[in-house]
Design a protein around this ligand. Structure first.
Ligand SMILES: O=C(O)CCC(=O)C(=O)O
Length: 250
């Protein structure tokens, strides 16, 4: 499967979601929430008419989604221009940012998956340049990826714009709050955190954007609903990469 990660020891019991703490995740100030919890939800971040248009256009993408979304649906760049998202990015990351990956996740009956607890630990770069602290390297759909030092990942931000309502029945993302400041975690450490921190289910409506640090532990269950769960996943880098290494541009 295109996006599944194979970490069976960290998988959910069966394929169902664990019980979730229900608490308020609408924060007035996303930068405070991000610093504290590692995530925040911007409600109504993207206009309903743009969401509806992109949902139609993304129908051209078969299966579970696509990594280089803008190659197939260039109009999807417009979500990154939505003012609430731009304002949050300016406030959280400043003005020197690189939009480095744009992925469509389309969880639906025919392309359904669960993802165990994990951190996002790879970045997309223009080309391989051997650099101390960076590796291993891989190529995904023609784009070079590498695991950087934790400090690079800590400076990044992921923005997940929802094209459909997402809840416990159709595989919404869940997160373990405040796990974004502990560096890159090994499996034992992830298991300990999974067993000691109550997960939060990030229920979102179409047009909402989930902001999260890539090192925040996250997971999602298979959908048990006929409703699709499409998400445009954008990754932003800030710090200049060392030497001749350059961010890939989405
Ligand atoms: O959207 C999902 O269900 C999973 C996404 C995910 O785990 C990721 O982006 O790392």
């Amino acid at each position: 499967m295109l996006f599944s990660r194979r970490l069976p020891s960290l998988a959910y019991e069966g394929d169902s979601m664990p019980s979730f703490k229900r608490r308020r995740v609408d924060f007035v100030d996303p930068s405070t929430a991000l610093a504290h919890d590692g995530f925040a939800i911007l409600r109504n971040a993207v206009r309903a008419d743009l969401i509806a248009r992109l949902a139609d256009l993304c129908d051209a993408v078969p299966g579970a989604g696509i990594r280089n979304l803008f190659d197939v649906v260039p109009e999807a760049r417009e979500v990154a221009r939505a003012e609430p998202i731009r304002a949050a990015l300016r406030r959280i990351l400043g003005s020197r940012i690189a939009l480095t990956r744009a992925i469509l996740f389309d969880k639906q009956g025919a392309a359904n998956w669960s993802v165990p607890w994990h951190q996002d630990t790879v970045i997309a770069v223009e080309r391989k340049v051997d650099t101390p602290g960076f590796g291993p390297w891989s190529i995904k759909q023609g784009v070079t990826h590498v695991t950087p030092p934790a400090r690079v990942l800590e400076s990044m931000l992921t923005v997940r714009v929802h094209l459909d309502d997402a809840d416990a029945t159709n595989g919404a993302l869940s997160i373990l709050p405040r796990t974004h400041t502990r560096g890159i975690l090994d499996d034992d450490h992830i298991r300990d955190l999974r067993d000691s921190i109550e997960p939060v289910l990030c229920e979102c409506r179409a047009g909402d954007a989930l902001l999260m640090r890539p090192l925040l532990l996250h997971a999602s269950a298979r959908s048990t609903s006929p409703r699709r769960r499409r998400v445009i996943h954008l990754e932003y880098g800030t710090s200049r990469l060392p030497g001749k290494l350059q961010w890939a541009r989405a």
